[in-house]
Design a protein around this ligand. Sequence first.
Ligand code: I3S
Length: 130
Amino acid sequence: RLSPDSQQSHLLEKAGILNKTKVADNGKKIRKNWSQSWTVLHGGILTFHKDPKSAPAGNASKASQIVPEYTVELRGSSVSWASKDKSSKKNVLELKTRQGCEYLMQYDTESIIYDWLKVIQDTIRQLELD
Ligand code: I3S
């Protein structure tokens, strides 16, 4: 039996800046709130971090930290290009979790968002094989 670390060692890792908004929480539609996010894929989990610019002014110690905002378990999730009615922005991905949470991910440079699509798709497929 493999240790948790070695079980995850084949999973892809990636990090970068994206625009994101959550649009549904446990199947319930919620209001969009686009913000920039340091986004990290590690061990089959995608973590969107809070925009440091949204931290309260004067809270220097907090503002300097990277604070997770949403963590998304990719096992059982699906990702695709979002249809045009989901957003007026270009290059938008739609990520849906098994629990009915939905996120939009966007970046103006197509190659950047395309790389995220590929790595998330590959990770979801890899998790299906485990
Ligand atoms: O799907 P919607 O309602 O057209 O999304 C827009 C709104 O979230 C809007 O904010 P208000 O709810 O305060 O109007 C945002 O500023 C827009 O960016 C959202 O649309 P896009 O097409 O950018 O996802």
